[in-house]
Design a protein around this ligand. Sequence first.
Ligand code: DOR
Ligand code: ZN
Length: 345
Amino acid sequence: MTDTLTIRRPDDWHLHLRDGAVLKAVLPHTERDFARAIIMPNLVPPVVTAADAADYRDRILSAKSQGSRFQPLMTLYLTEETQPKDVRAAAEIGLVKAVKLYPAGATTNSASGVRDMDRVMRVLETMAQVNLPLCVHGEVTDAAIDIFDREAVFIDRVLDPLRRRLPELRIVMEHVTTADAVDYVRAAERHLGATITAHHLVINRTHMLAGGIRPHYYCLPIVKRERHRLALRAAATSGDARFFLGTDSAPHVDAAKESACGCAGCYTAPVALPLVAQVFDEEDALDRLEAFVSLNGPAFYRLPPNEDMITLRRAEAPVPPAVETAQGSITVFDTGRPLAWQVER
Ligand code: DOR
Ligand code: ZN
């Protein structure tokens, strides 16, 4: 039985850091385990232009702890007003590493997102030319589509037509939650990758809803049936280079989660690596953990893997206490689940 595992330092290919007091409170949890992270742009107001991204990057860099070598990889929030030349310039100077598509209304702070894909085609064509990946929140927003079907319908209605129209565009299907998405990504010959979160590997919709509603398990895309969770575990642990870790760690203060209309998002940054290590251990796939958390992501983004290493050790630990911020406390996923692995520090 392996009790320690030394791997290249991981990256987080999908992360919400927020801003202000929350940014300051949550960044330490990511920077101590991860070298780099793709930073989601859904602030209020969103990070739309290259100038917005440069300002947000500066705020993240000033929030870093002393000695931290964490590198934020910035993204732009795609709107129907986004200018191709702004995106091109931001890509060419290396300021942004991806553009994020939120269908308008799909999730937290997505009101300025895209309603009509035709209106963003010029930007997407430019991205294909300059090799800038598109990260997609893959859910339709049609009120007639059941929330548990929104990812699968997105593939048919939006993603597949887009890939046929612009085959050179490199796309990351973010936080996949269904067997349908896993199958779709596996069938793609090139230019399509997918991130998988830690929490979608460990909970299903029954965990969220049976025996009482657990608001800290509520996120978008919503957790699905057990068979989908098993498909995600198979994809993550398969070693297939198209799948990589994107935690989608999404802090909200407890008052906003434990409410009559609670916000979507699981705050997993402090426990993401231990959770994923446990999943790989349970699946007898610890030899493929490094590919999922440290190698496949950089390969997709055409960046070198990190040079330094981290060590994970099999050792029980409680989930850390809630993070206190000036705006309130933020519960860490998942209070009821002791951790079986720890990152050595
Ligand atoms: O659960 C989620 N939370 N899903 C998203 O897509 C957005 C995120 C957030 O920003 O809170
Ligand atoms: Zn997200």
